[in-house]
Design a protein around this ligand. Sequence first.
Ligand code: HT7
Ligand code: ZN
Length: 878
Amino acid sequence: MQATYLKDYLPPAYRVTHTELTFDLAPSATRVKARLHMERHPDREPDDKETGLPLELAGGELELIRIAIDGQTLEPGEFEVGDGKLTVATVPERFLLDTEVEIDPDANTALEGLYRSNGMFCTQCEPEGFRRITYYPDRPDVMATFSTTVIGDRDSLPVLLSNGNPVEKGELPNNRHFVTWEDPHPKPSYLFALVAGSLEKVEDHYTTMSGRDVLLQIWVEPENLDKTEHAMASLKRSMQWDEETYGREYDLDRFMIVAVNDFNMGAMENKGLNIFNSAAVLTHPQTANDATFQRVEGIVAHEYFHNWSGNRVTCRDWFQLSLKEGFTVFRDQTFSADVNSAAVKRIEDVSFFRTAQFAEDAGPTAHPVRPDHYIEISNFYTLTIYEKGAELVRMLRHLLGWEDFRRGSDLYFERFDGQAVTIEDFVACMAEVSGLDLEQFLRWYSQAGTPEVDAHGEYDYANCEYRLRLSQRTPATPGQTGKLPLHIPVRMGLVGTKSGHDLTLTLDGEKRGKDAVIHLREAEQTFVFTDVEEAPVPSLLRGFSAPVKLRYPYSREELAFLLTHDSDGFNRWDAGQRLTMLALDDLIAAHRNGVEKVMDVRLVEAYRSLLNEPGDDKAVLAEMLTLPSEAYIAEQQPMVDVDAIHAAREFVRQSLAWQLRDDFLAIYRDNLSDEPYAPTPEQIASRRLKNVALAYLMSIEDDEAIGLTQQQLERGANMTDVRAALTLLAHSDRTDLAEPALKAFGEKWAHDPLVMDQWFTIQVTRPQADVLDRVRFLMGHPLFSMKNPNKVRALIGAFAQNRVNFHRLDGEGYKLLADVVIELNRLNPEIAARIITPLTRWQRFDEQRQALMKAELERIRAEKLSPNVYEMVERALA
Ligand code: HT7
Ligand code: ZN
């Protein structure tokens, strides 16, 4: 299968200035007429003036009915169809192209292009789905205005939506009707959207900063009308935040969101008509937990922010994907930090990043934030493009300071409005407004892998100097050896061991305050701080100021000191994580060597002080009390021993619970509340703290805790508390408690697909050894469907995260996943290529597991594969 290379980029031979589409909708035979106003691109000179440049349009799964140029129907022989494209050898400089195709939405299980979900027609065009709707130059640097007429059955499809504003509607013979939509903003085809179905709406209004009224609509199936309030409130908050923070105003008269059940990702930012996975938009206190409320808020914001970072200014080609995704994730992260607890948001984002993106960067599918080649671009909607891309934008914000960063962003939007541009264009705006040289910084975009920074500090009592030596190295990644040093901003402080306070930082004779950013640019660099009056403990990489692995040989005493004295909340949390990791390392070694496990008393004492002097930030306290996940611990080990990690973590959990039982109980009781549910930061923090404490107590099957958990479940105050309690019961060894609770929950919520997704997940993430049979059993449940990505994620995806069970030594976990990948490869290649990820990480395990995982990858490789799965398997086995 052929790869596409960044170095081969050429502008399109022909561009489209205006696109007219007519859809005559029918479930298995939809007719699409397209009229494209086309002209030769001024930057593409033909090699031969006589014949000009051929016209090539992308297309797949289309049945061509007719093609005409300037009204003249082309005869077979005057054009060619094959290999995913339609070619016309000679065309005029400027012309009208008419095509008519037939497509089959019902047969479209890949959920790319036009498909049906629960009887509703909907589209997903990013990255290359539009070519499954009509023949088109389906690439982001072709931007056109669109006029779309949607025709459908009046009874089954009363609602007909597309991008922009409705300009005409009317009745047609045979009980059909139509609506015509016009989108005045030029856009690439990946932002096209169409929805038709029997939907109902919730409406609101927003007045923009210049006083324009915008109609806001959320369209859902009738039974979900009571689950839209939070998304609507989140949308209005996002619109206001983007005006206040980035000066960006919405630019159409209406903004619509539609919820669909079958969707490959979270949501899609189509111009004026965002399409959302129902799991990413619907909430109700009884059906969604706090994490879902916060996720919905973040995704609504993300898609809305794309209106500028992605839609008004888009990507020149798909190699630039992080231009829109990295910047938009950075924007949504900052938004969520502003409207919730900023410290907790950063802790959550970084712990996820260090677990999942670091693993990606260290594995066989590692790639730069701007990749230089791909076989299937859908495989590159990755944590590297999204989350690492956001970290790079965050570093730019730190390097420039907020004011210059905002000026750079203003310049970028102004200069490139309505254009398709590159990452260099973005960084150049930042360099221009700040005068900074960002040449070395650009390496972050082209170099894959996580840099490792080693730090060593020495205090010179005689001269009151602190010498900090930093060195950096980025390990080789597939296809990229010889890495160059990066420009790494290290935010830091020196905490005095006597005073317990941050000391003033004097570097090169210049006073830099108590918290400063030093710039590591060389492979090795020493920073000499003068006038340091007491021996300090360094607090490095505050707020995770760069996406690197920082190693400093902290003693446990130094970490306990930072845990209480660091002025940076993020680094206080990080010191706790490092301290816990040291204890876990000893216990993992003890387990492997068959030696008795002994709990580190210093860790118990550190937790005791946290519980006894809780401070006033409950949200941060809950994070501090949360042990690193098994996945994070695994990421820190040279070779992953799933059983030792599980045993060591359980040992720490239970030891803390035994020794601090009364403190946890007090925390639980202090955070009980009768207040009606609201997704406010205060309430969320309180519920989280309460449920973290309950989880410790349930780990030792404390009788009182069992009673409290059952009460919490029966009370059913909200899904946060219910789900937490149900999970604790279902994951305990007490089958007598687990089974009736699961049964009752399953019966109560059988009508609600999103709640049933949670029910599936809770069952397949149990640590007990019978889980694999349960997964197989649940795959036969009437509500499970391989065609619904949410169900696949809830059952199979969640099982693959159940480390002790997925990595069973008999290889049955791997086999199950491989069977699913093979089936999905046929039904939905995008999902197949995502769900395969845990198998691609075989290098991290012992020889026996490696062999089992590779055997399953080979079994998949022997199938007739989609480009998506082919690329993943080839990279995994390379
Ligand atoms: N920009 C959107 C990406 C997306 C997508 C990508 C591949 C396959 C299906 C997809 N659905 C949506 C989502 C976003 O980042 O906002
Ligand atoms: Zn996005």
